[in-house]
Structures are given as structure tokens and as C-alpha cells.
Design a binder for this molecule. Structure first.
Ligand code: ZN
Length: 301
């Protein structure tokens, strides 16, 4: 449901007319989408994120507080490609809010708007594969993120056409700043080309695709499966033949496995932010990429 916000402007002690406008109530599944919604919606949207950078978005409990938020939402903005399959469909069913069900205008899946990487030829769910519809961690390629922003801008307009001009102008402003940042990041990241890294989970594929970084191995034998001593021994062997610059993990992943492999191989383990709020100074999508590149460049130097 829309909320009406009244702003009373008072300048120089003189009362100016009240300006009233409605706000779209938006439920973002992850902090990166809450951040994008704020960029594109400004004061016409009221945004909440279901998860923080400290939580694994694959594994969230469908708490009553989340059900209440979905019930009130005009729009859900999620990664999709089954990232939230363990908790979101249950929330959608329990709320009775039909406008945010899959297939409705009130449900936006970011992964639908980009070329997805890692679509498996054969899915074996008995093996715990959580990337059955391809890799859902799409926000870590800023080129794809801009495609998603364009689609999200259109969705906001279709849900709230009376504010078309507002959304269009915010999107144009975001696009301009993002393209400038993209050029800067690409110049900065030039030395990272060809860098070899080990990951904890397969959540960096889009960043690597953008920067031409090579993934040498993953601590999880398959996405979503915990590592084992046998798997670490195999990784150690691979790394002897094909050394890597670092083992990367995120804030919400237990660093134990990365640190164990680091002890076994002498390769440094590095935490990267992954999403907004995932590290010091990572307050929005721009600083997410600034800090990620800074940390990778530090490893490289
Ligand atoms: Zn994943």
C-alpha cells in the first residue's frame, strides 16, 4: 500500500504550501537491491532490506517480521534465479499479498534481465547444488547492474506512472554517475586482468567475468556444500600446479576454511565486502566497487 508523506516547507519564517506525494513500499531481498532502489526512487520509495551483509542470502529464516513487511509491499526486488528459493516463496504464500507473487508486476527478479553465467547442463539437487538456475549473484558486474537498473526504472514507472518524470530523471542521473565510475574502475582494475583467485562460494563469477580474473578453485566442492579435508587437500594440489594470488571470502562466510587453506598453501586469505554494508566505508553500490577493487589491488601489489 502506498504511504502518503507530507512535507512542510518553512522558509524564512514564512509557511509555504504543503507538498504531498505517495511512496511505493519496496521490500528488497538483499542490501544491493535496497541500495539500487534508493538510487532510483529517492524520496518516492520507502525501502526495507530483508537481509544484511552479515547474512547468507541463500539461507534466511522466514520470520514473522518479514511476512509483515511483504504483506505491506508494493514491490519485491530480489536477485532471483533461485537465490531466495529457500525462504521467499514461503513468505509470498503466507502474506496473501497477491500483487507481489511471481509473475506479477510487484515482483522484480534482477537475474531475469541479464545474461546468466553458470547455467548447469544437469542439476543434481541431491548434491546440494544451490545454483540450479545459473549463478544468481548478478550484482557484482557493474555492466549488468546498469541493465538491471534500466529494467527496475521501467518497473517503478509502471507501478507509479504519476511520478514518471521523477524516476526518469533519477535514472538518468544514476546512469551518468555509474558510467563515469565504470570507466574509472576499469582503468584502476587493469592490473587485475589475469589474476588467479580461490573463492569460498561461487559468488564472484560476475565480478571475474567483468575483470577477466580467473577462478582457480572454490572452498565449497559444489555451491552450498561445506568444504572437507579431502577437498582442501585436492585444492592444495591444484594450487601447487596453478598458484593463486589470494583466497577470498565474504563477511557472512565462516573464514575458517579460507584460513585453513591459507595455512596449507601460504596464500593470503582476504575478506571482500560482497554487498552494501559488508565492510568499512561500503555504504552504497559505488563504494562497494571502490573497496572491492582497492582490496584486490592491494593483494596484487
Ligand atoms: Zn550462491
Amino acid at each position: 500500500m502506498k504511504h502518503t508523506l507530507c512535507l512542510v516547507l518553512i522558509a524564512m519564517g514564512m509557511g509555504l504550501p504543503q507538498i504531498a506525494f505517495s511512496q511505493l513500499n519496496i521490500f528488497a531481498c538483499e542490501p544491493e537491491w535496497a541500495s539500487l532502489v534508493k538510487e532510483l526512487g529517492g524520496d518516492r520509495v520507502l525501502t526495507t532490506s530483508a537481509t544484511t551483509a552479515h547474512q547468507d542470502p541463500h539461507r534466511i529464516e522466514a520470520r514473522p517480521s518479514l511476512i509483515a513487511k511483504v504483506r505491506r509491499a508494493d514491490l519485491l526486488v530480489c536477485s532471483g534465479a533461485e537465490l531466495e528459493v529457500g525462504w521467499l516463496p514461503m513468505l509470498q504464500r503466507q502474506t496473501g499479498n497477491r500483487k507481489v507473487l511471481a509473475g506479477q508486476t510487484g515482483y522484480f527478479e534482477a537475474a531475469q534481465w541479464v545474461d546468466r553465467l553458470g547455467i548447469p547442463e544437469k542439476v543434481d539437487r541431491s548434491m546440494g547444488d544451490v545454483h540450479a538456475s545459473g549463478n544468481p549473484h548478478v550484482h557484482l558486474d557493474p555492466r549488468r547492474l546498469l541493465q538491471i537498473a534500466l529494467a527496475l526504472n521501467e518497473r517503478l514507472i509502471s507501478l507509479d506512472p504519476s511520478n514518471t518524470q521523477h524516476y526518469q530523471s533519477r535514472f538518468e542521473g544514476f546512469k551518468h554517475r555509474w558510467q563515469m565510475a565504470l570507466e574509472r574502475w576499469q582503468r584502476l582494475a587493469e592490473p587485475l586482468k589475469g589474476m588467479r583467485l580461490v573463492v569460498h562460494h561461487q559468488d564472484w563469477d560476475y565480478l571475474f567475468d567483468w575483470l577477466h580474473i580467473e577462478k582457480v578453485g572454490a572452498l565449497e566442492p559444489k555451491p552450498g556444500l561445506p568444504t572437507s579435508a579431502g577437498h582442501l587437500a585436492k585444492l592444495k594440489q591444484t594450487l601447487t600446479e596453478m598458484p593463486a594470488s589470494a583466497i577470498i571470502y565474504t563477511h557472512y562466510q565462516n573464514p575458517k576454511a579460507a584460513k585453513r587453506l591459507s595455512q596449507l598453501t601460504g596464500i593470503v586469505a582476504v575478506e571482500l565486502p560482497y554487498t552494501v554494508g559488508g565492510g568499512e566505508g561500503v555504504t552504497d553500490l559505488f563504494t562497494l566497487f571502490d573497496v572491492t577493487l582497492k582490496r584486490l589491488l592491494k593483494v596484487k601489489s
